[in-house]
Design a protein around this ligand. Structure first.
Ligand code: C2E
Ligand code: MG
Ligand code: MG
Length: 755
């Protein structure tokens, strides 16, 4: 039987005052493989039990001094002995004694004199029980640890969710892991967005100097445990820093602080480079158990969630303060920075400059070449603007083609003019996109703190007003804000309101001035001329309000109305049975620069049903002098619709007739100023002659405007001018009066040509 028992690894304590009894017992127990310790009395027994922590105690009841029951009772009162099973050995056989023994905490009785087989059999049972109990305890401890770990984890997730600072989350996480892996010192490293350099080291248990030394290090294939783990994107376990080649460059740094082992796992994002690493250091040469590795994986996972969450948060923040297309600050951020700059400037007694930049032909590019080209253009502009400023200055995009630059800490207000000049220069050089050479200028308004305003809003408004002024004064330049501009801006506001009201309340009307043939004297066309029938001012002529419509941008709306109205009128006359005549409509250069002119014309034709051949569009030299591809493209598109184009007020600009060949022009209108003096001034006469000559050679038709006298008409007739328009025949008339003229077939009394 003895042979089958195996007490290997167990320790048994025997407490008995008569050692002679014990010889056999010790011998047999030792044969079974266990360690046997003996004590002579209760007190010694308790001490030994505390010290050696036996798995089982045999305890004699009858001993001098403290008897067995008392000894057992005391053992059961002590924390480190209370769970050790005690078997009484006694000659007492009374049931009452046994009850007393169990009450004292004993688990069993062996009667003296004992049979060794019984001793061994009982030892076997209680050791097995003890073993099971130990295992249960261990399991319990493990379960408790797991629960507390999960609680710790939940707390960390809660911190992430409530956006506790990232370093606090990491510290908590590290403490949790350290608590669960004895001797471990945790660290979290964060990698810079460049994916190469270490930005941050959180390691509450490591010396601060060590952490500081890690910041800025570039990761690589042999950069300690963490640098290598992040580089390789896999776990790196170094059990002995002293000998591992991965640590060759950083060995002395780690050993200096007593760090001997380091296992690191990279924190990976689904895409792109590693975000950072989680590592455990040890002060002894040390390798991980599978449980350690599982723990590290868990920590790495939590750290990854935290980092990604914070990155998303940062991205949202960034999006709220930046323009999505150019990534420049938006208005919110700009105002914030501007206000900060103002506070600083107030303290340091210097200036802040605000530049309001508006691109000159942007809408045009967008409308004619499409949004993708427009977007690419804005990105290029953003790039060029950034290159014009110093670090600390802010370039922001606040709307379609509007940019703001704030220049803090200006020692001298003239510095802002230098920046503005730089911008005008850089934006006036062509931008090449999609095979197009885009010429885009900028108009810039400048305001200054403290001269023009004390807060961001006032300064922005002042710069906006100055920009407006720059635009009016002929684009591609800059203007400083002045108080006078403010008044002008106020005035403009009043006028805009009035003009807008005029449009809504239908105070605009068209008058029509006939154009007649010098061959037949018959009316061959009319020019629609705009009038403002204002209840207070009476009939206002265009020279007084067209510039205002242009400067307020209302010209696009009003121009659209004019086109529509003129086409409708022409159709109305035709429906009345009047002979169809050409309808000439004036277009402003603004309608080419900021309006969608081709669409507007097409729509007017489509919606009224007017034959495009009967519509003539009068453009001025200022339109074609801006010989950008976009304008030429628009002119060709208009021609394609079937309308004719005439060049109004010819001779007053700078274009030569040969220059006109580049444009799809049908007719030239000789300006009134030459006709006025044609019979009195040889120079004017010569100009008129050469215009008529050249246009004939180029195959262009010609009309003379402002013909007031028969003398003028006679001269033009002699020079073979084919058409005239002017007070000689008629001024511009309301529609019904012109209809009457058409109906009556009024003709110009013709003179026989001079010979
Ligand atoms: P314009 O296109 O050169 O129009 C001819 C102008 O000369 C008209 O002045 C007309 O009344 C005037 N006129 C015609 N014959 C004679 C004449 O024999 N002697 C004199 N002294 N003047 C004559 P109005 O109507 O005041 O228009 C002035 C300018 O306003 C126009 O010059 C045109 O540039 C602009 N305009 C008129 N209506 C519109 C319009 O609907 N849209 C746009 N964008 N501009 C318009
Ligand atoms: Mg005209
Ligand atoms: Mg004219």
């Amino acid at each position: 039987m003895n042979n089958t028992l195996d007490f290997q690894g167990y320790t048994i304590l025997i407490i008995d005052d008569t050692p002679a009894n014990l010889g056999v017992m010790v011998e047999h127990l030792e044969v079974c493989g266990c360690r046997v310790v003996v004590a002579q009395d209760g007190e010694e027994g308790i001490k030994r039990a505390q010290f050696i922590q036996p798995d089982l105690i045999f305890l004699d009841v009858m001993m001098p001094g403290m008897d067995g029951f008392e000894t057992c009772h005391q053992l059961s009162m002590l924390a480190d002995t209370r769970n050790i099973p005690v078997i009484f050995m006694t000659a007492l056989t009374e049931t009452a004694d046994k009850i007393k023994g169990f009450a004292a905490g004993g688990v069993d009785f062996i009667s003296k004199p004992f049979q060794i087989e019984e001793v061994l059999a009982r030892a076997n049972i209680h050791l097995a029980l003890r073993k099971a109990q130990r295992e249960l305890e261990a399991k319990n401890v493990q379960l408790q640890a797991e629960v507390s770990f999960r609680e710790g984890q939940a707390r960390i997730l809660e911190m992430i969710a409530t956006q506790a600072p990232l370093t606090e989350v990491f510290e908590r996480l590290i403490r949790l892991i350290e608590h669960n892996s004895s001797g471990a010192l945790g660290s979290v490293l964060l990698l810079n967005r460049d994916g190469v350099h270490i930005d941050l080291c959180v390691a509450p248990g490591l010396p601060e100097a060590y952490c500081t030394a890690l910041v800025g290090i570039a990761i690589g294939p042999q950069v300690g445990s963490c640098g290598t783990a992040m580089f390789r994107r896999e776990t790196v376990v170094v059990t002995n820093i002293e000998t591992d080649p991965l640590w060759s460059d950083y060995r002395s740094l780690a050993l200096n602080y007593g760090l001997r082992a380091c296992w690191s796992t990279p924190i990976l994002s689904p895409e792109g480079p590693a975000l950072g690493s989680f590592a455990l250091y040890y002060k002894t040469v040390h390798g991980p158990t599978p449980a350690d590795l599982a723990l590290i994986e868990l920590a790495t996972h939590s750290a990854g969630i935290a980092i990604q969450r914070y990155q998303t948060q940062a991205r949202i923040q960034h999006m709220a303060h930046h323009d999505a297309l150019t990534d420049l600050p938006n208005r919110i951020l700009l105002e914030d920075r501007l206000n900060q700059a103002i506070v600083q400037a107030r303290r340091d007694q210097n200036h802040v400059g605000v530049l309001f930049i508006d691109l000159d032909h942007f809408k045009h590019v967008n409308d004619s070449l499409g949004h993708h080209v427009g977007d690419a253009l804005l990105m290029e502009v953003a790039q060029r603007l950034r290159a014009c400023v110093r670090e600390g200055d802010s370039v922001a995009r606040i709307g379609g083609d509007e940019f703001i630059i704030s220049l803090p800490r200006l020692a001298d207000s003239h510095n802002s003019a230098q920046v503005a000049e730089k911008i005008v220069a850089t934006l006036s050089s062509a931008i090449q996109l999609n095979g197009h050479d885009l010429h885009i200028g900028a108009s810039i308004g400048i305001s200054l703190y403290p001269e023009d305003g004390e807060d961001a809003n006032t300064l922005l408004r002042a710069a906006d007003t100055a920009m407006y002024n720059a635009k009016e004064k002929g684009r591609n330049n800059y203007k400083f804000f002045t108080a006078a501009m403010n008044e002008a801006a106020q005035q403009r506001l009043v006028t805009t309101t009035r003009l807008r009201k005029a449009l809504v309340q239908q105070e605009f009307v068209l008058h029509y001035q006939p154009q007649v043939s010098l061959k037949s004297g018959a009316i061959i066309g009319v020019e629609a001329l705009l009038r403002w029938n204002n209840p207070e001012l009476g009939m206002v002529l265009p020279s007084r309000f067209i510039p205002m419509l242009e400067s307020t941008g209302l010209i696009n709306e009003v121009g659209e109305w004019v086109l529509r109205m003129a086409c409708e009128q022409s159709m109305a006359w035709q429906r009345e049975g009047l002979p169809p005549v050409r309808m000439a409509v004036n277009l402003s250069a603004h309608q080419f620069q900021t309006g969608d002119i081709v669409r507007v014309v097409k729509q007017a034709l489509d919606e009224t049903g007017l034959n495009p051949k009967q519509l003539e569009l009068e453009i001025t030299e200022s339109v074609i002098l801006d010989s950008s591809e976009l304008i030429i493209g628009a002119l060709h598109a208009l021609k394609k619709l079937g309308v004719t184009l005439s060049l109004d007020d010819f001779g007053t600009g700078y274009s030569s007739l040969s220059y006109l060949q580049r444009f799809p022009i049908d007719r030239v209108k000789i300006d009134r100023s030459f006709i006025d003096k044609v019979t009195a001034d040889a120079g004017s006469a010569a100009i008129v002659c050469s215009i008529l000559d050249l246009s004939r050679n180029l195959g262009l038709d010609c009309i003379a405007e402002g013909v007031e006298t028969s003398l003028q008409m006679g001269y033009l007739q002699n020079q073979l001018c084919s058409e005239i328009q002017g007070f000689l025949f008629s001024k511009a008339l309301p529609a019904p009066e012109l209809a009457a003229m058409l109906r009556a077939d009024c003709r110009l009394p013709m003179m026989p040509p001079n010979t």
